[in-house]
Design a protein around this ligand. Structure first.
Ligand code: OXD
Ligand code: MN
Length: 586
């Protein structure tokens, strides 16, 4: 009962401080979801879409300043700066609490405070973890309905859980008596996304955007969970999770880690362009990896929905996503067609005119984009037509291969295999990628993004590398001493004229085909200074408009530059950087 009183006390404490007009607990009932959507329509946050074309779906337009994750306002408030490490913004927890205390004082006045009990992972799984988000945003509450397991069923289990993560969110815009609300309240001038790992607590103030406000996702399932994983011996990763079946009917599970907006959703929903292959989806963004009773490394998707990037999604690039979002979907910051349906750049066909994401008139000759480049769709995982039968299995699925990738226009070959777990960890640590619209800031700038976790690691990244290495030590004590094989991939090499060499999307199955063959020891390969590479004779490029050399050739001298660069990067971690990784790099 300790935790119930804890929860009760916390809810009362937050309500006393923030002074909402009323408090509503999310039960998980469909009629509550429908009522909240109606509330959002009446506040003009939601525009209902054409019921015939896009049933039970809505368009939300954010404040134009609140469209992406804000990394410079994201803080890891560990007791010491060293625990947060050099790649996180650190703030002393007491100092941060003092600042937030002032901002939170009365911040929910005139609004409803929603209390959302949620479970990350299958209910009844020993690998799942619980949280409660308190928020004054109905948009956040309904998004959590689609993204996460919420409500009474969760609350019953949460009561007996050893702990839960406290997630407090406010848009920071109290309403005076009689004051009319705006469709998208936010305070981007006073933004704080603050994490207190030692207290299992997140406080987010000022933004309504998904990555800053849906605290179950990046804040809990990556930042706090990575910290929990370090303490408890598991991994919380920015990874998709798929089941891949070859034409002979052999199935393997694969995870892949790419930075934000680099194709995780597309790979998770891949429709193979090779006959006889099947890819089934468990998750498109986050995986939790742990040791199964049988000694294999296993994974679950802690989430239960997609929060995907809309622009670029089409029946050509990702038909499975298009089917997933054909109904019961919340769209944020896309265009609105005269038909009452949504549209965005890169869709199969665009209307001649419509309304852009800011609610302004748009025509196909407009210089401005119809959709904000980080426009999103939010939909429940069960709407995915290629959902894997084991998506909700409490024991997770065994992982055979782990892929690390980034957006690199040169140097990095299409695929290579690590000779050992240690070299694989180095592949992850050396990831760098050209930046995308998922976070506020410059686009296309090359930055180190180890394991695609740069904005999401809740503790010192040097220690995180060590934790990955330790997973292999752990494996040696298990009944089956097997670890997944690790691969580095890059779909984004460009030619001198700026065109992509690799067709990507459904043809990425060719890379998975080679990985399958390698896992089954069916194919020879070539050792090189940067890992194991395919032989030209055994990599399937038939029917494609690119050459093996364009995809795989590299200059040792250029790679030396990459290594030097990495050495400089490692230096910032000081003693926290594992020595064995440095040896591996040398
Ligand atoms: C996301 C992100 O929203 O990585 O998944 O930014
Ligand atoms: Mn992501």
């Amino acid at each position: 009962m300790k935790d119930v009183s804890n929860l009760d006390e916390w809810i009362k404490e937050v309500a006393y401080k923030t002074r909402p007009k009323n408090v509503e607990v999310i039960t998980g009932a469909p009629d509550q979801y429908a009522r909240l959507c109606n509330t959002l329509i009446s506040h003009k946050t939601f525009i209902p879409l054409n019921q015939e074309l896009r049933p039970n779906s809505f368009l939300a337009r954010s404040n134009p300043d609140d469209v992406a994750r804000v990394e410079e306002r994201t803080f890891i408030c560990t007791n010491t700066k060293d625990e947060a490490g050099p790649t996180n913004n650190w703030c002393d927890p007491a100092e941060m609490r003092q600042k937030l205390d002032i901002l939170l004082d009365g911040c929910m006045r005139g609004r409803t405070m929603y209390v959302v009990p949620f479970c990350m992972g299958p209910l009844e799984s020993p690998h799942s973890r619980f949280g409660v988000e308190i928020t004054d945003s109905a948009y956040v509450a309904v998004s959590l309905y689609l993204m996460t397991r919420v409500g009474d069923a969760v609350l019953k289990l949460l009561i007996n859980a050893p702990y839960f993560v406290k997630c407090l969110h406010s848009v920071g815009c109290p309403l005076n008596e009689g004051q009319e609300d705006v469709p998208w309240p936010c305070r981007t001038d006073e933004l704080y996304i603050s994490h207190f790992p030692e207290n299992l607590e997140v406080i987010s103030f000022g933004s309504g955007y998904g990555g800053n406000a849906l605290l179950n996702k990046k804040s809990f399932a990556l930042r706090i969970a990575s910290w929990l994983g370090l303490k408890e011996g598991w991994l919380a990763e920015h990874m998709l999770l798929i089941g891949v079946t070859n034409p002979q009917g052999v199935k393997k599970y694969i995870t892949a880690s790419f930075p934000s907006a680099c194709g995780k959703t597309n790979l998770a929903m891949l429709e193979p362009r090779l006959p006889g292959w099947k890819v089934e989806c468990i998750g498109d963004d986050i995986s939790w990896l742990f040791w199964g009773k049988d000694g294999t490394l296993r994974a679950i998707n802690p989430e239960m929905g997609f929060f995907g990037v809309a622009p670029g999604t089409s029946f050509k690039t990702n038909p499975v996503a298009m089917k997933t979002i054909s109904h019961d979907t919340i769209f944020t910051n896309v265009g609105l067609a005269p038909s009452g349906d949504v549209f965005w750049e890169g869709m199969d066909s665009l209307p001649d005119s419509g309304t852009n994401w800011k609610g302004e008139k748009w025509t196909k000759n407009s210089s401005e984009k119809a959709a904000q480049p980080n426009a999103r769709f939010t939909a429940h995982i069960t709407q995915c037509p290629t959902l894997d039968p084991l998506w909700n299995d409490p024991q997770g699925v065994p992982v055979s291969a782990i892929l690390f990738g980034g957006r690199r226009s040169s140097l990095i070959p299409l695929v290579r295999e690590a000779r050992s777990w240690q070299e694989g960890v180095l592949f992850g640590a050396m990831m760098s990628s050209e930046t995308t619209a998922a976070a506020k800031g410059a686009l296309g700038a090359l930055r180190h993004d180890p394991f695609a976790m740069l904005p999401f690691c809740g503790y010192n990244m040097g220690e995180y590398f060590g934790h990955w290495l330790d997973m292999a030590k752990e494996a040696s004590h298990r009944p089956k001493n097997i670890l997944p094989k690790i691969y580095a991939v890059n779909w984004f090499r460009k030619r001198a004229d700026g065109s992509f060499v690799w067709p990507g999307f459904g043809d990425n199955i060719r890379v998975l085909e080679w990985i399958f063959e390698r896992l089954d020891k069916n194919v020879e390969a070539r050792e090189s200074s940067i890992g194991i590479l395919p032989l030209k004779s055994s990599f399937n490029l038939s029917g494609l408009n690119c050459t093996f050399e364009e995809l795989f050739s590299f200059e040792d001298a250029e790679w030396k530059g990459e290594v030097q660069n990495m050495k400089k990067y490692c230096a910032q971690f000081g003693d926290h950087f594992p020595k064995v990784l440095l040896e591996e790099l040398n």
